[in-house]
Design a protein around this ligand. Structure first.
Ligand code: NAP
Length: 461
């Protein structure tokens, strides 16, 4: 590889690192994204300049086809379906690494009849394993999220011992592959076992733990790409893969903390089995309703408001009307901010993206740790389509499946208004005792429609 290509790869890697660092802060995230994209452009051009095996026409054909499909789906996908899309991205990332590793293996052993260096053969095995697990695991996560297979944990007797036997068989086949690189049966065994393990490790995971799985699979796809970088001796792939692998693991850890799951539990699979719809239904909750006019009057009389957005805000696409509500409140000198739970919605950062889309400035969005102590001093909390992330059962009911999950202390505010359509449960499928609290009022109806009416009322006051 020429020195100029190496330099281009180095520049691309630096841009990736800087880009990821800038994504740390909401304000610089867009710029970080642009820098990383520039890094990727440089990496692609540098790679195209060294093409030997296939023609540029074939490569551009694939790029155009892939980009067209990607563009079509990126434009078509609804915000609420993003986690499914991310699951597919991860899966295809894993499949790409898996395919490159296999083609490299067959090119070397069957076409060129050469023996493969130890480090390369180990990288091929690692890439096949992680890529295969990521591919089928992500497809299962996708099917679970879009409801084509049950979102509840799918378990059977002897599941963990079977996983262990399969893993040990993989290790045995991998060891023999290192010794006898030319036996195609061994590599086929590695392919089959890794694909089955991907399915088996994700099917027992259900309910509220799915975001952790997606983030973990994202990390796996990075690790697979990193292993493929070693096979191809491509430094930029090693750096980019490591960055995705490491950031995915960090995000997984943040989410585990936010959902009160341990990482070991995640890595072993089979977690989330305690979460099932209606698992802890208690006595019926009696609620107090509030209408649109009274809500508007209440807003008119307070001096501090915190909005807690959740998945329902995304469903209703209520973010724009909430900005109008904020403008009405600010006209009245009401202190107005948003409380962001790390797993509100259906993907990390879901609420931030929606609120940014409605031009709500980043400094209004306060993370859970920073805002939780403000609730007791707040006059009014408006919960818009959030449920699990404000469920006090997570704090005080050890029988609840979400017990231990950190929540927003919305219940501690002087008055709480909950905007949702019905008494429907949230993602974890559990009742929310907050709705029956004396300081809680239910504003029933689609969030966008009811809040639009509240804003119109306020405009007329
Ligand atoms: P949630 O607990 O899923 O509750 C959403 C609520 O929105 C529902 O109770 C629903 O009640 C209401 N809703 C739906 N459509 C609505 C509409 N048009 N207008 C008004 N309300 C509407 O949401 P959350 O509090 O944001 O909690 C997120 C949950 O998802 C957590 O359990 C989390 O672990 C999990 N999760 C998070 C991620 C992530 O990465 N953020 C990913 C996957 C899963 P009605 O039906 O009565 O309207």
């Amino acid at each position: 590889m020429s020195i100029s290509i190496q330099i281009a790869y180095l520049i691309a890697s630096i841009l990736f690192v800087l880009g990821i660092k800038m994504m740390n802060k909401t304000k610089s995230a867009r710029q970080g994204n642009r820098l990383s994209a520039l890094g990727m452009f440089i990496a692609i051009v540098a790679t195209l300049l060294q093409i030997e095996v296939i023609s540029l026409v074939e490569i551009f054909g694939c790029i155009v086809l892939g980009s067209a499909i990607g563009l079509y789906y990126a434009n078509k996908v609804e915000m609420t379906k993003m986690p499914e899309m991310v699951a597919l991205f991860n899966g295809f990332g894993g499949l790409a690494s898996f395919s490159v590793a296999l083609s490299d293996y067959f090119l070397r052993t069957e076409v060129n009849m050469e023996s493969i260096e130890l480090v390369t053969v180990i990288s091929i095995i690692v890439s096949v394993f992680i890529g295969g697990v990521t591919f089928t695991g992500s497809i299962i996560a996708f099917l679970k999220l879009n409801g084509n297979i049950s979102g509840s944990p799918i378990t059977f007797k002897g599941q963990h011992p079977l996983n262990l036997v399969l893993f040990l068989s993989f290790l045995a086949a991998a060891t023999y592959t290192v010794i006898d690189q030319s036996d195609p049966i061994l590599i086929i065994a590695l392919i089959v076992i890794s694909l089955i393990l991907g399915v088996l490790t994700v099917i027992p995971i259900g309910g509220a733990d799915m975001p952790v799985v997606i983030s973990l699979l994202n990390s796996y796809s990075g690790m697979a790409a990193c292993a493929t970088g070693f096979i191809l001796n491509n430094n930029v792939l090693i750096v980019a893969g490591s960055l995705v692998g490491a950031s995915g693991i960090i995000l997984t850890q943040i989410m585990c903390k936010a959902m009160n799951r341990s990482l070991v539990n995640v890595l072993l699979g089979g977690f989330g089995q305690t979460v099932s719809a209606g698992a802890e239904d208690g006595p019926a909750i009696t609620v107090k309703e509030i209408g649109v006019e009274e809500t508007a009057m209440l807003f008119d009389s307070v001096s501090s408001v915190i909005v807690v957005p959740g998945y329902g805000m995304a469903v209703a696409q209520a973010q724009h009307v909430i900005r109008e509500l904020m403008e009405q409140c600010e006209k009245r000198n009401i202190d107005f901010k948003f409380a962001i739970h790390p797993v509100a919605g259906r993907m990390p950062g879901h609420m931030n993206v929606l609120l940014a889309e409605a031009n709500i400035s980043y400094d209004k969005l306060i993370e859970m740790e920073s805002i939780n102590d403000d609730f007791p001093n707040t006059d009014l909390v408006l919960i818009v389509g959030a449920n699990d992330v404000v469920n006090p059962a997570a704090r005080n009911n050890p029988q609840s499946p979400i017990y231990g999950m950190p929540i927003l202390n919305a219940d501690k505010a002087r008055t709480v208004i909950v905007s949702k359509r019905s008494m429907g449960k949230g993602y974890a499928g559990v009742e929310n005792e907050l709705f029956g609290y004396p300081n809680c009022l239910m504003l029933f109806g689609d969030a966008k429609q009811t809040i639009t009416k509240v804003v119109s009322e306020m405009k007329e006051m």
